[in-house]
Design a protein. Sequence first.
Length: 235
Amino acid sequence: MTVRLVVVSHSEKIADGAAELAAQMAPDVLILAAGGTGDGRIGTSLEKVMSALDRAVGGDGVVVVTDLGSAVMTAESALELVADPAGVLLADAPLVEGLVAAAVAAQGGADLKAVKRAAEAVCGGGPADAEQAARFAAGTVTEGSVTGQGPDFTGDFELVNEAGMHARPAAKIAGGLAALNAEVTVNGVDGTAMTSLMTLAAGKGSVLHVEAWGPDAERAINYVGGLVQAGFGEP
């Protein structure tokens, strides 16, 4: 099982679209949309949110991502009514980026708190601090590609996928790193920030220079290296 996600938006189309986008990154994660009012207007519906939370029961917990102010209040009201409030966490994160990062972390097996922090890390909240780091099947890094002493590690990895650093690779890197207890930069930008990674505009053949500090520093380097060397699962 994985952590499940609920999207609360004022717009049914926005909620459905964000859920569809995140599902492309995380096909094994249940993502439920609760957008708009019951009669199809712009707004939020406590009944819709409660219904989504009820359907999300059965996983390893639920993370809720919202858009504007009243959506937060509606989600908070719903959390007060669920049978297991400890198993449902509300993320303070931008809807689309936060949802994608959370979905990628959940896809990798991150626990409930780590998925929430993955969503919130796109706001620049820093590295995650979770008891269980995500169990990511990213492949292995070629021997000798990681160097460093003590808690600090670095790695240089050449992009081999045709599209380079576009949205999907950026989401995979950001979501995975946010679930680790490490501070990581990629070519000088925050490795947990999806948009910052995309601004690198790194094409095929570009080298990503990764630096990491903290208890999970070496794991972070190997995670990024594994993704890059596997071409992020793309041609």
